[in-house]
Each structure stands twice: as structure tokens, then as C-alpha cells.
Design a protein around this ligand. Structure first.
Ligand code: ADP
Length: 467
């Protein structure tokens, strides 16, 4: 890099010869004055300096003209100081042009690389207007960069789910959808906000994955369905053998009871697998009916008391609203939370079923003073067959599918589950239902009293999960 000393040296290299030439001219004028008289000397000096000034004006005009359209090929040539000035201009211009060429090459290579990606990429501004996109995105979304640059992406891809996703500002999860323009294609869409006013929309073709997933779902559903009948027969025979006259001897009865327990567990597993496949097959609830949540809660509390057999205190708190959704699905989801609370709470514990009004709608909570869950397990609880303690789950009749069912039912109802827990103190499973699922007039729903009972568990930070 040029330091101040080198800059001064370069300046002197240009200025010194010019000064020298001025000195020579002045000396020549003085010599002419001495030889031919002062007047002639003065005229000589005026003519000589005038010519010099004209020369400079000429080169200045050349420079001004070149600056209008600077290019390496048209850098002017000059004499004296101007030849050095133009030589430097030439050098600077050459460096600039080679840098520009390198930048253009890099940009071109970058675009070619991005175009070769299997993902579709659309660069959009804050108003969702398309700035650029690659050919894959053109194919996925049915847009054309040349024609659609500067247009709003949501005006071109008008599928309601896509428009709702793009305008939601909530891009935590991918959007899965089949574009109207090409229903054979299953797309996963993500939005990456990389500048305050700019984002990249990434589209991935997940048609194949979706197909494999559907095959897996169908397979599980078919196997479960096929297993149902033989299991019912086995169960029936076992019951007949247990009730047979004369009654079986003690050892035989013990074996029959064990077999009966296991075959019942298998039946529950098959039922849960079938239910999960049905829930997975569609995004929306099977029906959209009014639900009397108070009655539902009373049924759940009765069920909890029956399951507990008097070993726990079960209470209902808050005022339940009227909801919209699939009653059977919500009953199954809430029932799973309640039965878990009973199964994972030691004798003498408390279980609370609570309704609370919240900003976004209503919240149904099942709180227990049970064994609790360590923080590292919480994010994985809704995975199929994920259990903290396998043997305890089996002993208490669990299938490991309860919370996976809860997750799917809630997803279909645009609700979310939030889990807070402390080992040894208990857990709170909260279901957040959006206002759109509450049937009562908005103000009536908003008047729902907040929770009456004291919380058994404080909300520890870092021990909760939500999806
Ligand atoms: P399971 O049939 O095994 O209960 P779930 O899907 O309902 O399956 O629950 C997954 C796991 O989450 C359980 O095995 C248990 O370890 C844990 N769990 C669920 N609810 C509770 C709770 N209220 N208290 C403690 N642990 C729980």
C-alpha cells in the first residue's frame, strides 16, 4: 500500500519536471530580454506562457471528455506532465476494469452455483416482491424471473396456505403444501430472513418423501387393522377360559391372566397405531362441531377418579368454554394427558384439570404432583414410543403413543402443547387453543376467570417445551 512518503514522491515526479520547464521558459525569456531588449523579452514570455496555457487547456478538455465515458481503450495520450497523468489514468483504469471483470465473473459463478442447487431460491424484499430467483424456484412455484421480477410473490402463488404462511411472519416451521399450479408436487417451504428488509424463500421438492411417508402410514394402518381381528378372538378365548367352569387351577389362572394382560396391551397398541395413522392422514379435524368443554371436563375428571381408584385427589378449576372442533379427538387428547397424570403420580398426589383464559384464546391444563420429568426428556416426549422410564410406562398400561396422539390432535386444531415439569415435584401439560376454536362470543370467552387453585409447580425456566 502507498504510504505518505511514496505519495509525496509521486507528486514530485509530476510537478518537478513541470516546474523545470517553467524555469527554462523564464530563463529563455530573460535571455531574450537581455539580448534584444526588455520589450521583446516580455513579448516572448507572454507568447511562450500563453502557448503553454493553451496546451494545458487542450489536455484539460481531453481529460473532461474522457471522464464522461471512461474506458481503457480511449485514455488520451499527452506530452510532458500530461503524458504522466494519462499514463496513471490508464493504470488506474486497467486495475478498475480487471477488478470489475473479476467481480462480474464471481457473481456469474455464484449465480450458476445457486442455479445448480436442487432447492428453489427466491430473493424477496420486505413487500414480498421478487428480486431474483433460480430456475428451480421458477419450476416449483410456476413463476418466471424475467416476467415476474418486482411483482409480489403472493400475487403470483395465490394458494391460501402459502399466502397465510408468507404473511404470518412466523417461519419457525416449514410449510408443507401442494401448489395449485402443480398438485402432483409436494413442496416444503422455508423463509430465511437474512437482512431486515430481505428474505430468501427456499422451496424443496418433498414429493418422494411424502410418498414414502404415506406408504409407511398405510402399512402401519393396514397391519394394525389386520391384527385387530385375531387379537379380539384371542382376547375372547382367554376371557372364556378364565371364566370357565370348573375354574382353572392357580398356576393356570396366573398364566391366563398374564396372557390376557399382554393381549389387551397389544389391542391398545393396535388401537393407538390406527388412531395415529388416521390423525396423520389429514391436517384438519375430522368434524368441526360445537363442544361443551364443561361436560367434557366432568367426564375426564370422572375417568381420572375411576383410574385413580381413590389414590389421588382430582379437582377441576376455572370455567370451561364452548369450543369448536372434533369432540372425540379432543377427548382422546385430553384423556391421554389426564391418564398420564394419574399413572405418573404417586398415591396421595393431586391432579388438577384447569381452564384459563389467555390472550390468544383458552388454555386447558393438566397439573399433577407426580414424579416429574427431567428437562432433557421434555423436547422428545411427543415422539412415538419415547418413554422416560419404559418399565413404568408398561406397568401402568402405557403404549408410548399417548403424547404423539395428543400432538397430532392439537396440530389439527391449530393448538399447541406446552410442558413444564420438575423432577419429584410434578408436571403441567398446557394445551393452548386459539380464539378461533372458542365458540362463545369473544367478550364472554375473555371473561373466563383465571385459575383459582394455587399452582403446585412453579414454572421453572429451561424445563419446558412447546410446539
Ligand atoms: P406412555 O404410554 O408411555 O405414557 P406417552 O406418550 O403418553 O406414553 O408419554 C410418553 C412418556 O412421557 C411417558 O412414558 C412418561 O415417561 C412421560 N410422561 C408423560 N406424562 C407424564 C406425567 N404426567 N408425568 C411424568 N411423566 C410423564
Amino acid at each position: 500500500m502507498d504510504g505518505p512518503a511514496s505519495a509525496t514522491r509521486k507528486r514530485l515526479q509530476v510537478v518537478l519536471p513541470a516546474l523545470l520547464r517553467l524555469a527554462v521558459l523564464a530563463a529563455a525569456a530573460i535571455a531574450v530580454g537581455v539580448a534584444f531588449g526588455a520589450t521583446i523579452g516580455l513579448v516572448f514570455a507572454a507568447v511562450a506562457f500563453g502557448l503553454l496555457a493553451l496546451l494545458h487547456l487542450f489536455y484539460l478538455s481531453l481529460l473532461a471528455e474522457w471522464l464522461e465515458q471512461p474506458s481503457l481503450a480511449t485514455v488520451p495520450e499527452g506530452i510532458g506532465t500530461w503524458s504522466q497523468v494519462f499514463a496513471r489514468l490508464y493504470k488506474t483504469r486497467r486495475t478498475t476494469e480487471s477488478t470489475e471483470r473479476r467481480l462480474q465473473d464471481n457473481e456469474e459463478r455464484f449465480r450458476r452455483t445457486i442455479s445448480a442447487l436442487p432447492e428453489g431460491l427466491v430473493l424477496i424484499d420486505a413487500a414480498l416482491q421478487i428480486e431474483w430467483c433460480n430456475p428451480v424456484a421458477e419450476r416449483h412455484l410456476g413463476i418466471a424471473l424475467k416476467a415476474d421480477q418486482g411483482l409480489r410473490l403472493t400475487n403470483l402463488v395465490r394458494d391460501p396456505v402459502f399466502v397465510a404462511y408468507m404473511t404470518s411472519g412466523n417461519f419457525g416451521e416449514s410449510l408443507l403444501f401442494r401448489p395449485h399450479a402443480n398438485p402432483a408436487l409436494a413442496l416444503a417451504v422455508d423463509v430465511i430472513e437474512f437482512e431486515p428488509a430481505r428474505s430468501i424463500v427456499v422451496t424443496r421438492d418433498v414429493t418422494q418423501t411424502e410418498r414414502v411417508d404415506a406408504m409407511r402410514r398405510d402399512f402401519v394402518a393396514n397391519v394394525s387393522h389386520e391384527l385387530r381381528t385375531p387379537l379380539t378372538v384371542v382376547n375372547g378365548f382367554l376371557e372364556t377360559m378364565l371364566d370357565a367352569e370348573p375354574p382353572p387351577d392357580e398356576t393356570r389362572r396366573h398364566h391366563l391372566l398374564l396372557m390376557h394382560d399382554q393381549s389387551q396391551r397389544m389391542s391398545r397398541l393396535v388401537d393407538d397405531l390406527l388412531l395415529l395413522s388416521q390423525l396423520e392422514a389429514q391436517d384438519a379435524p375430522s368434524v368441526d362441531e360445537p363442544i361443551d368443554a364443561a361436560q367434557l371436563t366432568a367426564e375426564l375428571a370422572a375417568e381420572a377418579r375411576a383410574l385413580s381408584g381413590g389414590r389421588h385427589t382430582v379437582r377441576v378449576e376455572g370455567t370451561a368454554p364452548r369450543l369448536r372442533g372434533a369432540r372425540d379427538e379432543l377427548r382422546s387428547a385430553f384423556g391421554n394427558l389426564v391418564s398420564n397424570a394419574v399413572r405418573y403420580t404417586l398415591e396421595g398426589g393431586t391432579i388438577a384439570l384447569r381452564w384459563r383464559a389467555v390472550d390468544e384464546g383458552v388454555c386447558f391444563e393438566v397439573e399433577d404432583s407426580g414424579i416429574g420429568i427431567a428437562p432433557e426428556h421434555i423436547p422428545r416426549l411427543t415422539e412415538r414410543f419415547y418413554r422416560v422410564d419404559k418399565s413404568r410406562s408398561r406397568e401402568t398400561g402405557g403404549t408410548g403413543l399417548g403424547l404423539a396422539i395428543v400432538k397430532h390432535v392439537l396440530l389439527r386444531h391449530q393448538a399447541r402443547l406446552d410442558i413444564r415439569s420438575q423432577v419429584g415435584q410434578g408436571s403441567v401439560f398446557s394445551v393452548w387453543l386459539p380464539a378461533a376454536r372458542v365458540v362463545l362470543p369473544q367478550d364472554e370467552a375473555a371473561k373466563l376467570p383465571p385459575s383459582e387453585g394455587a399452582s403446585i409447580i412453579p414454572a421453572p425456566s429451561g424445563c419446558s417445551a412447546a410446539w
